[in-house]
Structure formats: C-alpha cells, structure tokens
Design a protein around this ligand. Structure first.
Ligand code: G
Ligand code: G
Ligand code: MN
Length: 726
C-alpha cells in the first residue's frame, strides 16, 4: 500500500518533469535554430549587398574606362564628345551623370551643359593618371541625388593626359533596388563617412537603431566586417560590412518573420507545461481521493457504517496531535447478554438488531463520535464536559439503551440493556490503558447486573490495572506450580471428632505474594483456565487422599469446590471419571461443593452433572446455602447429600435476637427432613458452637477448630477424639 503509493508518486513526478523538460528543451531548440537561421540569413543578405556594391563599382569603373579610351578619337570636336557622352548615357543607364572634364577643370556634361568641376580633389588625382573616387555630394544635374564621382584619366596616343572622364553613380538607388528584391525583414542602412545616405525604412532613423553610433562607426573603421551586439534584444542581429570606397552596409534583422516562430514555440511550451501541471494535479487529486476513500472504507464498520476501532485510534491520534492536553470522555457500551440473543435468533436477526442499536445511538450522538469496536461493543468519544454532565450523559445512555427496540422486519420489540464504562482522559494518557479501563468498568457494570454504567475513578483505574496484572501472572501460575492447597478440618458432632476437610486453593505469586481465591477464581473463570486448574485440583485432592490412606487414615472425606464454568463444561464428568481411574482414588472420600447461586442458572444441566457425580460415587454439597437466591425447590429437585449453611447466619447468631438462630433452626430442620447432612460454616467461638450443637447441626467448620492449614498439619486432627465435651 505504502510502496504502491510511493511508486505512483515517483512515476507522476517523472512524467511531469519529463514533460516540462521536453517543453523547455523544445523551446530552446526552436529558439536556437531560429536564431541561427536568422543570423545566417542576415549574413547572407549583408554579403549580397557588399558583393553587389563592389561589382557595381567595378562595372561602372570599367564603363568609364572604356569611355576614356574612346574620347581621344573625338577630342578635337567638342560636339562629338558631348554626343558620345549622350549616347553613352543612353547605353549605360546606371550613371546619374556622365561628363568629360578638360584639364582646366571645366565639365562638359552629356546634356551639353558646362560647369566647373565640383570634386576638385578626385579630379586632380585623375589628372595625375590614377582612377579616383570622390566623396558623396549633391548632384548638380539632380540635386535630390547624393552621388559619387568616378574619375578616370583620358590618355592621348602619345601618353599625355588630355582630361578626365567622369561618371556619377548613386549607390543609394542600387541598395534600394537590392532591398526591394531581397524582401528584407528589417532595415538596411548605407553609410559613407559618418553620413547615413540611405535607410530602407524612412520611419526608422539610424540613431534609433544604434543609439551609440559613434562607437559603432569607430568599430566599422577598425574592422571591415562584423556584428554589432545589442544586448538589449536577444532575437536581433545587426551586421555590417564595408564595401568599395569605404561604404558601409548595415543590416538589422529586428523585424525577422522567424521571431514569430520562437514566440509560437514559447506559447506551445507554456501550454504544454500548464497542461502537464493540470493533468498531474488532477491525477494526484484523483489518486488521493481514491486512497482516502479506501482508507475510509478500511476504517468503517460494514454493518452499521460507523467508524471502527482503527478510525477511533486515528481520530484520537489526530486530536492529540492538535492538542496533547485535550480532554475527552469515552463511553464504552456493551450490550447485555447479546450472545444469548444471537444464539436464540441467529446471525441475521442479531445483525438487524445491531443495526437498530447503531441507529438508536445515532439518535443520541453525532455519528462522528460513534464507533463500533466489537461485536456488541460501541464507543462514544466526546469532548470533555463537567463531571456532572458526564454522569448525566451516561445515565441518559443507559436509559436510551433500555428502551425496547422495534425490529420492523420481524414486527416485534426486543428488550435490550447495556453495561457502560465511562472514563475521561487527557491526550497524554496511554490510550491502551484508557480503553482497558472503560472495558473493565463496563464489565463491572455487567457483573453488577447490567443496565447501568460504571464511572472509572482513580481507584477503579488502579483496580483495573491490578486485575490485568493479576490475569497476566495467573496465566503462568499453573505451569509454574504456584497453586497449592490448604485443608480446613470439619468437625462431626455425632462422632465428636474431625472426620473431613475442605480443600481450599491458594496462589503464591512470585511478584504479588499469596492471593485469595476470591480474587483469582473469577479471573480463572473469565479466561476459561478454571477448567484446567479445576482438573488439577481434583487430581491433587485425589492424590492427597491416597497419601493419607497410605499413612493409615481411613476415616475421612475431603470436600472441594467446583465453579460454574467447570460445572457447565461438557467434558467435566468424563474428566472426573478419568481422574478417578488414573489415580485409583476411592470416590467415597470425595465431596464436590457447588455454590448455591450457580446451581439455579440451568437446573437441568446441573441435575445431570450432580447425578453423574453421584453415580461415580462422589457426594455433592450445596455450598453457602441461605444467602443465594435459589428457591427451596432446588433442594427438592437436585441430588445433594450435604447442605453447607452460610457463614453469615453464624456470625450474627448471638447478636440479632434470635433471628439468625431461627433461620438456622429452620434450615437444619429442612435439611433433616430432606435427608441432607448439614455443615455449618464460620463457627469461631465456643458460644457459637454451643448454639449450633443445640440446634442439632451434623457438622461444624470454622476457626474455632482450625483455619485452613497445610496437609501435614491438617491430618493430625484425624487422631484427636473428644474435641468437644459438655
Ligand atoms: O479460603 P477462602 O475463604 O479464601 O475462599 C474464598 C472463596 O474461594 C470460597 O468461596 C471458596 O469456595 C472459594 N474457593 C477456594 N478454593 C477454591 C477452589 O479450589 N475452587 C473453587 N472453585 N473455589 C474455591
Ligand atoms: O464458600 P466456601 O464455603 O467454600 O468458603 C469457605 C471459606 O470460608 C474458606 O476460604 C475459609 O477460609 C472461610 N472460613 C472458614 N471458617 C471460617 C471462620 O470461622 N471465619 C471466617 N471468617 N472464615 C472462615
Ligand atoms: Mn466451599
């Protein structure tokens, strides 16, 4: 479960990271690809421009040179030169103007006009025999044009220079044409000596494009070809190149169409990442919900839909995490005798009933505070209220649970009650102990008859813990041989001597000391250990009989106590039979005592067992008679041979003005008429003894003769005769 969860989250993370990485990479790839191609295009463009400019200049220079070759033939007649120039103008349309400059500096233009040469310096150079290129100037013929003059010396046959052939060219026009052809995205500038002579877009000035133009110009002067880094904008290339006669072409790719591609890629990546995020989030939420639902189901009781113990623990843990000192009160509700109902009605109807009970509880308490923690066990966990309110609430619960429950499908009412344990606790307390305490309290309420609540006080909590410790230690007592028996002598009035004993169990715990059976017998019964311990007891007593017999005593019996659980145990009789066979003890030496309060619970069953014991030769006694709630008919219907009169009557026989005496007399009379031998318990003084003797009891047991003692001490009593005289 945990592992699966981790794998899932890791996978989800991988997918998410993968998608994001892919998107980012794809964006950067596209970007660098686009940038590269834009740069390449810009480079190509620049290259084209410079190559074209250079070619153009070469061709025009060649044009002028061939003109210069011709002129000596025509030189004698001015008109012929002018006509030739005119014809050349028509031939080579690339010139803004053509002319022949005489050595004295007069320009004979193709259109027949004459004027002094404007570009004296280049004229001078040409007159010296070199080809010269002028600065840029405004054309005389068409002042809107900025032109450059190409001057070539005209050499006569004899080698003398007779003038200069000159043509003016407009590079701006050339670049402008090229720009139109190239579909340039961006701007092209043509610079010559600090001047911007051409811009492909009139709306964009050179200063706008390159703010620090001085630096730029310096760079172009140092380095004929290069790029200008404008760090402000990454998606832009500014490249420049120098051409013929120090013209500089600048290409700015700012408006490149390809930039859109980058933007597109950017958006695509963004959309991808956002989608991945949303999908991851949705999957995550979905999975989380699924898990929560799974967890909720695992924390829910199928039958009632209430939370189960797991949820209770989780909720307690949550509450403690928020506030370790938070106080809460727990009400542990156990339905009384519910197993009886299940046995009688079967699982179907007991489920129906449990469901109805859960609905009843929901009518009292918010569902979130309600848990079903066992078959017929519920817990209400409430925030702490005053002690008074807790008691009020517990009482209300008892009341509500005692209201008959109507089962619609069956159309009948079921009478139910509950035993409730209540305890409040703060978060820092050990919840295990808290739960054990409320369960203990509920069981106590059950033992006290059910249909009530028991509040866990500090003392009760200690008692509950002691009981648990006792139970833990008791589990090993039998194997560790910590049980032993004491024997209390019983005096026979008729024989005037001790002729029987009652075997009484003791437990010596290594940690807790000697413990009374009043404390540990109920615990043994709860854990069913009483069956095993009971077998041990019968066996042990049988062996004691054999020992005493082997020592020569043959005038005694030993009584032992049989508990409810033992008596109800299916194999009880066969166990007893087996012990008789194995030890070979004479059953006539044994008396089994059964306390009055338990024989009434299931008379038929008790009858069978008692009868069975008698058939084996074992006598039976009804113990503690007179204080239980049995009716006298029990005596009529059950096969007893002895009646043990409860200690309570003897205790008050001298102090309650004859009441106890009257009851004892009556009981002894009944026993006599039913042929039951009487044993009166609890005689501690001679005065008590005398009253009992007068009343005619058959046997007497009590401290007057002896407390329960070890077998070696007990057996000595068999030798004494004439214990009581007078
Ligand atoms: O000996 P003492 O007074 O502590 O005995 C207390 C109670 O424990 C008595 O009611 C007695 O019947 C019961 N008891 C003592 N020994 C045994 C025993 O071996 N088996 C059962 N079932 N009860 C015993
Ligand atoms: O329930 P049952 O009868 O088994 O109980 C017997 C118990 O009564 C024994 O544990 C024994 O210790 C106790 N007992 C026997 N005689 C006397 C007596 O004279 N006084 C008191 N207080 N207890 C006695
Ligand atoms: Mn007894």
């Amino acid at each position: 479960m945990r592992k699966r969860q981790y794998i899932f989250y890791i996978l989800l993370c991988f997918i998410f990271i993968g998608t994001v990485t892919f998107s980012v990479m794809s964006y950067y790839n596209t970007k660098s690809f686009v940038l590269e191609s834009v740069e390449r295009e810009t480079d190509e463009l620049l290259n084209n421009f410079t190559v074209e400019v250079n070619r153009f200049a070469r061709e025009r220079t060649a044009d002028i040179e061939s003109m210069a070759d011709h002129i000596p033939y025509l030189i004698d007649r001015d008109e012929d030169v002018t006509a030739f120039l005119l014809s050349q103008t028509e031939n080579v349309s690339h010139f803004a103007g053509l002319g022949f400059i005489t050595p004295d500096g007069e320009v004979n233009a193709a259109d027949g006009t004459r004027f002094p040469a404007q570009q004296g310096k280049s004229f001078e150079i040409a007159l010296q025999g070199d080809i010269a290129f002028s600065d840029v100037y405004k054309s005389k013929i068409d002042p809107t044009q900025n032109v450059t003059a190409i001057s070539v010396p005209v050499v006569d046959y004899d080698g003398t220079i007779i003038g200069v052939a000159s043509g003016t060219v407009n590079l701006s026009n050339l670049i402008s044409d090229l720009v139109e052809e190239s579909n340039l995205p961006g701007t092209v500038f043509l610079l010559k000596d600090d001047d911007v002579l051409f811009a492909s877009d009139e709306d964009i000035s050179f200063e706008q494009t390159i703010p620090n133009s001085d630096e730029f110009l310096k760079k172009t002067a140092d380095q004929p070809v290069g790029s200008w880094d404008d760090s402000q904008e990454k998606l832009r290339f500014i490249k420049y190149g120098s051409t013929w006669n120090d013209w500089v072409v600048v290409v700015d790719s700012k408006e490149n169409e390809a930039n859109k591609q980058i933007a597109q890629s950017f958006w695509l990546s963004t959309v991808l990442i956002i989608s991945a995020m949303i999908i991851t989030l949705i999957v995550f939420i979905y999975f989380n919900r699924l898990q929560r639902r799974e967890r909720m189901q695992a924390e829910e009781d199928l039958l009632t839909g209430l939370g189960n113990r797991t949820r209770l623990e989780a909720n307690i843990a949550k509450r403690i995490a928020i506030d370790p000192h938070a106080k809460a009160t727990f009400y542990f509700i156990k339905l009384d005798r519910f197993t009886n109902f299940t046995e009688r009605m079967g699982y179907y109807w007991s489920d129906e009933l449990l469901f109805a009970v859960s609905k009843r509880l929901e009518s009292i308490e918010n569902k979130f505070n309600l848990y079903r923690v066992g078959d017929q066990e519920f817990i209400i966990s409430k925030l702490h209220t005053s002690l008074e309110k807790q008691h009020e609430y517990a009482l209300e619960l008892v009341d509500q649970m005692a209201q008959p429950i109507y089962l619609e499908k069956r159309n009948n009412k079921v009478e139910l009650t509950a035993s409730i344990g209540v305890r409040s606790a703060i978060g820092t307390e050990d919840m295990n102990i808290v739960m054990q305490d409320v369960i203990y309290a509920s069981r106590k309420a059950d033992k006290q008859g059910g249909n009530q609540y028991v509040y866990v006080t500090e003392e009760l909590s200690i008692e509950s813990q002691e009981q648990r410790q006792l139970a833990r230690e008791l589990a090993y007592a039998l194997n560790n041989e910590e049980f032993y028996l004491l024997y209390q002598p019983i005096y026979s009035c008729f024989h005037d001597r001790i002729d029987s004993f009652e075997a009484l169990m003791r437990w010596r715990s290594p940690t807790l000391g000697v413990i009374s059976p009043v404390k540990f017998i109920p615990l043994l019964e709860e854990s069913d250990k009483i069956i095993e311990v009971g077998r041990w007891l019968i066996e042990h007593v049988s062996k004691q009989v054999l020992i005493w017999e082997s020592e020569g005593y043959d005038n005694f019996t030993i009584a032992l106590n049989v508990s409810t659980k033992q008596l109800r145990y299916d194999d009880f009789l066969s166990d007893v039979k087996q012990i008789l066979v194995e030890t070979g003890v004479n059953p006539k030496r044994l008396v089994f005592e059964v306390t009055e309060s338990i024989v009434v619970q299931d008379i038929d069953q008790t009858y069978k067992v008692l009868k069975g014991l008698n058939e084996l030769g074992i006598k039976t006694a009804i113990d503690d008679f007179g204080t239980g709630y049995s009716s006298l008919s029990v005596l009529k219907n059950l096969p007893f041979q002895y009646m043990k009169l409860d200690r309570a009557f003897v205790m008050e026989v001298l102090s309650d003005e004859g009441v106890s005496e009257a009851i004892l007399r009556g009981l002894i009379e009944i026993a006599n008429s039913l042929n039951l031998v009487t044993i009166t318990e609890g005689v501690e003084t001679l005065d008590q003894l005398k009253v009992l003797q007068r009343l005619g009891t058959d046997n007497i047991q009590g401290y007057y003769f002896s407390k329960p003692v070890v077998p070696e001490e007990a057996v000595v009593f068999l030798e004494d005769k004439g214990l009581v005289r007078g």
